[in-house]
Design a protein around this ligand. Sequence first.
Ligand code: ACO
Length: 429
Amino acid sequence: MKASARLEIGDTICELPMIEGTEHERGIDISALRSTTGCITVDEGYANTGSCISRITFIDGEKGILRYRGIDIEELAEKSHFIETAYLIIYGHLPNQAELARFSELLTQNQCLHELMKYHFEGFPATAHPMAMLSSMINASSCFYPGLMGRRNAARFDVQAARLISQVRTIAAFSYRKSRGLPIIYPKRSYNYTTNFLHMMFSEPYEDYQPEPEAVRALDLIFLLHADHEQNCSTSTVRMVASSQANLFACAAAGVCALWGPLHGGANQAVIEMLEEIHRAGDDGSAFIAAAKDKTSGKRLMGFGHRVYKSYDPRARIIRRACDELLARRHVSDPLLDIAKRLEEAALHDPYFMEHKLYPNVDFYSGIIMRTLGMPVDMFPVIFAIGRTPGWIANVKEIMDDPKARIYRPRQIYMGPPKSPYVPLEQRQ
Ligand code: ACO
């Protein structure tokens, strides 16, 4: 017999079916609640709400487990690369050689922007944040592909997905070049995805950037570790937009906007700004930790805490190790890394952080790697967005492939004024 939950509202008893996931996580299906009882549930911030049933990514926040399509993130970080992992996330299985070759070829064929897109870049001021440019340009890009509109077509989806993954990277690099007044560098056919990004960022018309394998590997790892993270703020936004059957590029542009904020993907930029502030102040970290615990200070320890992880974020552990390796191979040190490690050490032994179960998240160390690679700080959330694109696409695909998919439309409890008359202008106080 299937398990159910019983809910008593006054004299009414409502039987609610239970749903159990692959890893035994349990949910109560309330989809018939309003029609049978007239009530809705209220869960501001959605901390207790499962917005969908998904087959893409599994997280156990208590145990610090993250899996894409069933494969542990640690194993993917060690054995896979971003493009293979992107395929896994979107199509649900690791590609065989032919599938990977076809996917890579599609990415290469679709990496150049429409030439007219160059003029759109001209309109941005030099101070424009690259995340603003990225979301605008992803949306603008959709104007050049009328085929984007009829989405329920598998062959067309493959091309549009590859186009989006490829062009997000090209737009990101062009945005950086434009914001610095530098000439645009086009992608090269011979380079792989991540090398091409470094090439478009750092080559000059008179001199090619020489991609170092360790830089390519470190950046590729960052992309891979960000590739999906189930129903986070930006992915939920993407699913919300996708549920109205908006096109893939429109969904991704919305995802970039949601990702931008400092509580989400903008945290990697905020972490470096915080570490720089601590460094400038000559603080050993203790003053900042004290401020982060003081609710009146308006400060938080950026890169710490997570809605789902109540233990160490497995991505943070991998990135911290990668950070050490990259700096050691380059024989460089970064005072900000030393501060970050001191902050972590202090926070992990501090009763406030322990009681609140606050641990480093993916953003705590990723900025150190990006800085070491020469990325400017305002590009950090953009790099996050490049990495997250396959996850957004997979979530859109899941909605597209679901014949029962409905528009996302939550309800609310209205607490505004009761019915009131319209007061003519001359009678208003
Ligand atoms: N520093 C200090 N205190 C914190 C922090 C922090 N980084 N994070 C949470 N807290 C405290 C809150 O003040 C609150 O305390 P209280 O219960 O005593 O009032 C408690 O922990 C719970 O915090 P919430 O904000 O309710 O937790 P929520 O799950 O809503 O937020 C979030 C999670 C946004 C990640 C939060 O931990 C945060 O702001 N962290 C810093 C920003 C950051 O690193 N964001 C990146 C997250 S990962 C990602 O999106 C890629």
